[in-house]
Design a protein around this ligand. Sequence first.
Ligand SMILES: Nc1ncnc2c1ncn2[C@@H]1O[C@H](COP(=O)(O)OP(=O)(O)O)[C@@H](O)[C@H]1O
Ligand SMILES: [Mg+2]
Length: 366
Amino acid sequence: MQSVARMEEITRALPKTAGGDTALACILFPVVLSAPGSFDRMVSIATEYRDSLFFIFISDDIPASDYKRLVQTGGADWASTRGAPEEIVDIIARVGRGVSTADVGEPTLTEPVMVAFLPSAGGVGNSTLAIEVGIQIKTTKRTRSRRVCLLDLDFQGSHVCDYLDIEPRMQIDEIAANPERLDAQLFDLFVSHHKSGLDVLAAPRNKDNAPDLDAQTLEVLFRMIAARYDLILLDLPVPWFNWTRQLLSAVEVVFVSGLNTIPGLRQVAQSLTAVRAVERVPAKVAVVLNRCEYRLVGGIARRKHVKNLLGSEEVFYVRDDVENAVQSVNTGIPISVQGHGKVSKDIAPITLLASEAKPVPAAVPR
Ligand SMILES: Nc1ncnc2c1ncn2[C@@H]1O[C@H](COP(=O)(O)OP(=O)(O)O)[C@@H](O)[C@H]1O
Ligand SMILES: [Mg+2]
């Protein structure tokens, strides 16, 4: 480990591109982000020297737009101050793999990553967000090779399959009654395949489904899922069950969804407090305010309320678009597949964050 005082000490000695047979010299360079002015400069340096240097930025938090810019350079990533030691090791491992394989840009992940969508209240669009993120990952060239599974954990009122016009197949009661019978063959029968390539695990809606699964059932189910998928998107129900905390302790990213009204923001704040009280707090906790009112002048309405009630939380805004949302659920074609711009664009940074989430060993309940 060597410290340098000025960037020039490194860049002067380096070629801008690693040509021909030259192996990519990968230098890790932790930087504590302080002055926003220097951020632009770092982004341009990361872009310029991406073939010979790799930067890891460390800060408490990072705005989604900055994170996106960093990752898009292809020569930088970000680690949170809190999880820095582990996250840096992960990034190094990923970069190492990226260097040794020809498939630069798409890391081969071994440990699955779990990303949770947690509704702060009913009907806020939690399932819609989880679905659109899954669809965007599977329809984006860079990420479509990822094996992505959307697990609908609303066993009584599941509606993900309705939105995607596929049949729900997971007999959750059967798994709960005989967890030891869940083998590969039975699991395969429980998977619904969407034509985008997104796999869905959802139970047929049934008020008799008992959602309080025991630890053994969960373990058996997640062992099956973890062996088959790289990225697991969880669509959680509004009520918390005895497995909710255990599951949240195993995710890397959690998006708390809600609405931009005073009661809606309070529900979001309470959900955030509950998430941060779980045994192992997810590395990234962010908020998605869905169905936001958008004004031609001034953009998203009532940002001040958000600032007052959510302070410095990272917030993604998704605008209200009833016409396309209704058309989407009535036709079974996701908004992102219909290609009607704005809502999909608002969801894109959420997709990026979900798809860039890094696997952490023991991320799945064992
Ligand atoms: N951005 C949006 N604009 C307009 N309607 C939306 C938006 N997001 C979701 N909806 C609609 O809101 C309703 C509830 O969404 P859903 O995803 O089922 O919520 P939840 O899973 O939180 O109960 C659905 O009819 C859905 O189409
Ligand atoms: Mg739902």
